[in-house]
Design a protein around this ligand. Structure first.
Ligand code: PAF
Length: 307
């Protein structure tokens, strides 16, 4: 496995792979790799010829200075995980390689319109501009590829899809399912900062989502009622402070008047658990409406051929 800390070296390695007819799979990360990241790298390795992982804790996407300060950095073990999962190239640049004037931000940043009103964006102002900017840079450095992102960051995935479509980037974006602990907690690099008690309490996020899924599957059509049911579950856990719980249209992130009108539904949740803010989400499906009869009943006379 080759490890680069310069954009030029990384870019050239991927250009060489493409010149040999290889399909490049890219997994952008901020390091502190866990089984969720490993599943992305493994999926890329199963579908692509040359798998590249980027490891960069992007300062542009952190609104809270204490969050970036405490963000785990585990480069050595990350490299072992990358190699074990099938990566052949890693790009782990210092901050000045990505933003030469740092701590001054770059003059050019990328902002995906419409995302600012959404849930994570409202709770973390500027976050998605930071994500869009670094992802646009990483895609530009990497060149044509398939890129793999986890569905755990569902709004981020939508931002990246819009970015790629709007800027006509030569990247095929693949969303991959969230990986969970056996008790349901979604894997996150931030989980390591939870105390044992907080870790036990954090499972309430996925339990709340389960309650939401069951409500929608049981025919609940009011987004407010589903949100309240999820919030009530979070309310049972004193160590967890709810930020938001909601049922939205999975494509537009708007809260619909009614759920289940043939539009996909996504349940989103965010909460603070001790020192960290955790997010989770999942799809919810309304029960299928009874099939409409596609035949016409004919009268007894007609059926018997009478008349
Ligand atoms: O999901 C992440 O780890 C980051 O937001 C990403 C996409 C690598 C951009 O820094």
């Amino acid at each position: 496995m080759e490890v680069f800390d310069t954009a030029a070296g990384f870019s050239a390695a991927l250009a060489r792979a493409r010149a040999h007819g290889q399909l490049v799979g890219l997994v952008p990360t901020m390091g502190a790799l866990h089984a969720g990241h490993v599943s992305l790298i493994e999926r890329a390795a199963a579908e692509c010829d040359c798998v590249a992982v980027t490891i960069f804790v992007n300062p542009l996407q952190f609104a809270d200075p204490s969050d970036i300060e405490h963000y785990p950095r585990t480069l050595r073990s990350d490299l072992v995980a990358c190699e074990g999962a099938g990566a052949v190239v890693v790009f782990a640049p210092p901050v000045t390689e990505m933003y030469p004037d740092w701590p001054a931000p770059p003059a050019t940043t990328v902002s995906v319109a419409g995302t600012h009103e959404r849930f994570e964006a409202r709770s973390r102002p500027g976050h998605f501009d930071g994500v869009a900017t670094v992802v646009a840079k990483l895609f530009s450095i990497a060149g044509a590829c398939r890129a793999y992102f986890g569905e755990k960051d569902f709004e981020q995935l939508a931002v990246v899809r819009t970015l790629v479509a709007d800027l006509s980037l030569p990247v095929e974006v693949h969303g991959c399912p969230t990986v969970r602990e056996p008790d349901g907690l979604a894997l996150s690099s931030r989980n390591v900062r939870l105390s044992a008690g907080e870790r036990a309490a954090a499972v309430v996020l996925s339990r709340a989502l389960d309650v939401g899924v069951t409500a929608v599957a049981g025919g609940e059509r009011s987004p407010g009622a589903v949100a309240d049911a999820m919030a009530a579950v979070i309310g049972t856990e004193p160590l967890v402070a709810l930020d938001y719980a909601c049922a939205v249209d999975a494509l537009t992130f708007a809260v619909p008047d009614k759920l289940g009108d043939s539009r996909p539904v996504r349940l989103l949740i965010a909460a603070r658990v001790g020192p960290v803010r955790l997010i989770d989400n999942c799809a919810a499906r309304s029960p299928k409406p009874p099939a409409r009869a596609s035949f016409v009943l004919v009268g007894a006379d007609t059926a018997s051929g009478g008349g």
